[in-house]
Ligand binder design. Sequence first.
Ligand code: ZN
Length: 194
Amino acid sequence: MFVEPNIGSLSHNRSGWVEVVCGSMFSGKTEELIRRLNRALLAQQKVEIFKPTIDKRYSKKKVVSHNDNAIHSTPVDFSRDILLRSTECDVVGIDEAQFFDDDIISVVNELANQGKRVIIAGLDMDFMGKPFSPMDKLMATAEYITKVHAICMDCGKIASYSHRRTKSKQTVVLGEKDVYEALCRKCFYDKMDS
Ligand code: ZN
């Protein structure tokens, strides 16, 4: 369980930081993002949540996790939009960060340098098991990284791979259990080789 660093009031301490929550599909990334944001909200901190407009699977105005635990969010087309829309807040949440352009790295750094707490959730690997840019770079520049895991849908071991059930070779194919399954290393590579 991630425990926030004991830094006192964000508004009186202008040093921000970056947290990354990464993992495969069905690993509870968004639930963990929502847990952290809800606790900040309860402490009366000003929170803004953003996600890329590409992810239109659910409600347009909400970060929605698979268990329907939702927080309102703002869809943005470009990562630069986050800077313009978060001037007043203490905590910035970013969901599905793997779908943002590479500008997100400097945007996140700028937010943290302004004294904000930035919490990023996203897929660390694509459907081929390769690092999902720009998440790899965000992880390299973050102070704190939490990797969450799913359960292998074939054998029940710890899973960190998102296997695509269809034959499409595009990096981005949106979908849920109809398109993806969480697999452990062995089951993933067994299927990739077959
Ligand atoms: Zn397995």
